[in-house]
Ligand binder design. Structure first.
Ligand code: MG
Ligand code: MG
Ligand code: MG
Length: 307
């Protein structure tokens, strides 16, 4: 039976690259592993896979009757549907431990580093499997993407070290140039429906029994979305209503200014001040230094929700 290696819903470059890279490692170790993803490639991931010569992984959103290896998440809300009818064999991640449980003991490798790619680099070393040139390329891109070229506070020395090693294998001399190419690709917002932008990099969380959605748009310049801010807000309202969510947040990150406008729709908007110490100024508020959903948005929100 094939084993699907799959990242989270609304896949980002790490979720896609790690599915491919870990499937390669498992194949090298004799497993019939298939990389998969739970949604369409975003513009950045499209660029990355093209650059290093990979086809898009198979779409797979229903876990029923399948054996799965999860990468880049361990939350039920971000995993394939019907997870209770799937068998989870392994999890490799770099987030907080989520709410997934298993009946059997499994291989679970999570580290507080900036990217699943960094954990995978170490697993390749532990199992003494050579990383091929193109796999190294997409792993490198995943780390550069997740750490926003090491600007995110999630960045660790392990991430930088992994990138140095991977860049050598991939034959990449100009990491900054590669990162800029990715940032430009991910800044492509023109002509994209507001709701698709909300879901481009989006995660649902269970916060003390309340369904909370958090999207993030990382842009080289926030002026790129000047014309669509109100549409983004309406889209957040729609997403909130449709999914029976308590709150939807959209983190509009300016990669260059290293901060974010936090947009919020909620049944209780006081949660914003509770979590971040700042009141909304209309539909959003600028939070200086905010780059990371997992480190700077999720933990204070969970605390504010009393989870
Ligand atoms: Mg991810
Ligand atoms: Mg990641
Ligand atoms: Mg990210």
């Amino acid at each position: 039976m094939s084993v699907y290696v799959v990242g989270h819903k609304s896949p980002d470059t790490d979720s896609v690259a790690s599915a491919i890279a870990y499937a390669e490692l498992k194949k090298a170790m004799g497993m019939d592993a298939i990389p998969a993803m739970q949604g369409e490639l975003n513009p950045e991931s499209t660029m990355v896979l093209n650059k290093f010569g990979f086809a898009a992984p198979e779409l797979m959103t229903d876990g029923a009757g399948k054996q799965l290896i999860l990468v880049d998440h361990s939350d039920i809300a971000q995993a394939p549907d019907n997870l209770d009818q799937a068998e989870i064999l392994e999890i490799v991640d770099h987030h907080k431990i989520g709410d997934i449980t298993t009946n059997n003991p499994i291989f679970f490798s999570a580290q507080p580093v900036g990217c699943t790619g960094t954990v995978l680099k170490q697993l390749y070393e532990i199992y003494n499997v050579e990383i091929s040139k193109n796999i190294a390329g997409i792993m490198l891109c995943a780390i550069l993407s997740d750490t926003v070229l090491f600007k995110s506070p999630t960045t660790t020395d392990a991430d930088k070290q992994a990138c140095e090693g991977l860049a050598k294998i991939a034959g990449v001399d100009d990491m900054n140039g590669l990162a800029m190419e990715m940032f430009k690709a991910k800044s492509a917002v023109e002509g994209v429906a507001a709701k698709d932008l909300v879901f481009r990099d989006y995660k649902d969380f269970d916060m003390n029994g309340k369904k909370v959605g958090i999207g993030q748009l990382e842009l080289v310049d926030l002026s790129l979305i000047d014309a669509v801010r109100d549409d983004l807000y309406s889209a957040c309202q729609e997403v909130k209503t449709e999914g029976g969510r308590h709150s939807v947040f959209l983190i509009l990150t300016d990669i260059m200014k290293e901060g974010s406008d936090l947009m919020a729709v909620s049944d209780d908007l006081s949660i914003v001040e509770k979590a971040f110490g700042k009141k909304l100024e209309g539909k959003w508020v600028w939070i200086d230094g905010m780059m990371s959903r997992k480190k700077q948005a999720v933990p204070p929100l969970q605390k504010a929700f009393g989870a």
